[in-house]
Design a protein around this ligand. Structure first.
Ligand code: GSH
Length: 346
């Protein structure tokens, strides 16, 4: 089914800033979402791997899968969604003022954002780090060779702040050339307007793949920062926070337990593993506190798959994937030495 799409304008957001706060305080988000019949989930401009549009205008990607998981948990329907594409500049305001129920879009969890913007971050669904892309024929092989360089960067991002820090600490005198639209940023770099472009390494890998000649570009080895990319909800609504957080944990826990989209029916009918039985609502009452049906996690896995399946499809080697190796990375399951870890579901 085709997902609804809207592009929030700054003017709309300003109006919502006044009305949204009242709505949010009168009723909890879960109640509002249930009454409305769909989740309003915010992503960014189409970005390979995370949130992209296919030829029929359907959104797909790692962050879109989180939106779909929440919709499936509540409605048993992964398409009960309005996907909102919002600029990086306006993203946190749109969430804080009630325009979006959920933000799922390569946003780095930082202390300032978490404590000063009226929003709360959840567990990261991708651990990234910032890097630089340069043209191979520039001869640059290390970020330390960027002295005096012009670097293209998206504004309103941690990327911009880290670039300034990196230049200052290493006395490189880099000039930041800033853009609201990352496509214009990349075009400027491709047309020679910047010596390098900087961004989250995984996003840049996806972007390079869409450049006219990807092999003409390379990502430098240095990683400038920690970029734990996480979903966020409005501050002060614990019920809604629990629903979104445990939907994300369900994706990770399902992978750990070996529950997949293909075997979830069989697992629900036949598994004797108490962890599987509790998670899939066969026994126990895990769903009670969430305000959802007993099959909330079953619906997630049945409709969206587990974290590993989603990673493979969009970030890994799948047809729509961007080919980022998971093994040995921070995004592996904790049982494989990574950071993907769900607290016990019991
Ligand atoms: N993780 C960083 C950067 C997020 C970001 O802006 N991502 C870039 C790609 S590196 C982007 O423009 N994405 C498209 C969009 O979100 O509109 C942050 O949270 O500030």
């Amino acid at each position: 089914m085709k997902l609804k799409t809207s592009l929030a304008s700054v003017a709309t957001l300003a109006v919502m800033a006044m009305s949204g706060a009242t709505v949010a305080s009168a009723q909890g988000t879960l109640e509002i979402v249930k009454e409305r019949g769909h989740v309003r989930c915010q992503v960014g401009q189409p970005s390979p791997g995370y949130y992209n549009l296919d030829s029929e205008g359907n959104w797909y990607g790692l962050d879109v899968a989180v939106c779909q998981a929440v919709a499936a948990a509540i409605f048993g329907d992964a398409a009960a969604l309005e996907i909102q594409s919002v600029s990086s500049q306006a993203r946190f305001t749109a969430l804080a003022n009630g325009e979006s129920d959920l933000l799922s879009r390569t946003a780095t969890w930082t202390m300032t954002r978490d404590t000063q913007l009226g929003i709360d971050f959840l567990s990261p669904n991708f651990y990234d780090g910032q890097g630089f892309t340069v043209r191979v024929d520039s001869g640059i092989t290390s970020a330390m060779e960027l002295a005096g360089a012009k670097v293209c960067v998206t504004t309103g991002t941690t990327t911009e702040l880290n670039l300034t820090d990196f230049s200052r600490v290493n006395e490189l005198d880099i000039s930041n050339v800033t853009f609201e639209d990352y496509n214009v940023r990349d075009d400027t770099y491709l047309n020679g307007g910047c010596d390098a472009v900087t961004g989250d390494k995984s996003s840049m890998a996806g972007n390079i793949a869409s450049f006219p000649v990807p092999a003409d570009h390379m990502i430098l080895p240095e990683t400038l920062s920690k970029e734990p990319l996480a979903s966020a909800v409005r501050h002060g609504d614990s019920q809604w926070r629990d629903v979104v957080q445990w939907s994300i944990f369900a994706l990770i826990n399902a992978e750990e337990l070996g529950i997949t989209m293909a075997n979830v029916d069989d697992m629900r009918a036949n598994s004797t593993n108490p962890n599987v039985r509790r998670m899939l609502g066969v026994e126990g009452n895990l769903h009670d506190g969430l305000g959802l049906d007993a099959d909330w996690a079953y619906n997630i896995i049945k409709n969206v798959g587990n974290y590993g399946e989603i990673y493979e499809a969009y970030m890994g080697g799948g047809e729509q994937g961007i080919g980022i190796e998971r093994a040995g990375s921070l995004n592996a399951l904790w049982t494989d030495g990574g950071l993907m870890y769900s607290p016990p579901m019991r």
